[in-house]
Unconditional design. Structure first.
Length: 263
């Protein structure tokens, strides 16, 4: 969890954002390695937020040309940016992994109204398991490429690969969006003592070292990743996902949030 001074600074910046852009912050969370549970000593704070404009903003004839993100440069290790509500829900309709992880983050800086709870309740109804599995498998494959030709491997590449593979396996096993906490994902690891002990040490090393530090080749982890990539490649998930059917659900949420926040 972030310390109180960082938490207070993030909330202070959120108030500034509301004033500067005439918006209301619906949800602000931590994303990335701190939310996953394996941040390094010098990891940035990746604060992400969803905001909403006044109702008339969405009734403009040129809404499609309006900017729908708010971004700031990193200052004092705090990286803070956010998406407009309409953009966020459009991305949710596509099972965007970023937004899916934001609304499941265990570190919540603040929330307003019922948006956060309603979005979490809606998630399994609009999420595509097939798209999710495709994303996590290819993320794992891409990250693992950087672990194949080196004697020393970036700590985070091992962990990014494992997190993606375990998320893909979670979708297969439970037919629902994967949690973002790495410790929860590890509950589905095979019962191999050498693998679990190696992974425990890897996470400890990541949390006590710097972001770009390296790890030597770790045989139990390397072997598991290699086998799991081969297995996941042949997995086929066909869900009943339909953009046409999800649109009314997401539009209802959009309208209800606008009314709730600005009434």
């Amino acid at each position: 969890m972030p310390n109180s001074s960082v938490h207070n600074e993030i909330q202070k910046r959120l108030r500034t954002i509301e004033d500067e852009h005439d918006v209301k912050i619906l949800l602000a969370v931590e994303s990335g390695s701190r939310a996953w549970g394996f941040e390094s000593k010098n990891s940035d704070y990746d604060a992400r937020f969803i905001y909403v404009h006044p109702q008339d903003w969405y009734l403009s004839i040129n809404i499609e040309s309006q900017r729908d993100v708010i971004e700031y440069p990193i200052v004092d290790d705090i990286d803070i940016n956010g998406w407009d509500l309409r953009k966020a829900l459009q991305l949710l309709q596509k099972s965007n992994p970023g937004f899916v992880e934001w609304i499941q983050s265990p570190i919540v800086y603040e929330y307003k109204g019922s948006f956060h709870q309603k979005a979490k309740e809606l998630l399994p109804k609009v999420y595509s398991l097939e798209r999710g599995h495709y994303h996590y498998y290819h993320m794992a494959k891409s990250n693992f490429k950087q672990c194949l030709t080196k004697d020393y491997i970036p700590l985070k590449k091992y962990l990014y690969t494992l997190r993606a593979l375990l998320s893909a396996r979670w979708l297969e096993l439970y037919q629902q969006p994967a949690p973002i906490e790495f410790a929860r994902l590890c509950s589905i690891l095979p019962n191999q003592i050498s693998l679990k002990e190696s992974l425990k040490q890897l996470v400890l090393q990541k949390k006590t070292n710097l972001e770009l530090d390296l790890s030597p080749f770790i045989e139990p982890i390397h072997s598991f990743i290699t086998q799991e990539l081969l297995r996941a490649e042949s997995v086929i998930i066909n869900d009943i996902y339909s953009i046409k059917e999800t649109e009314p659900l997401l539009s209802d949420l959009f309208r209800s949030v606008l009314t709730e926040v600005w009434s």
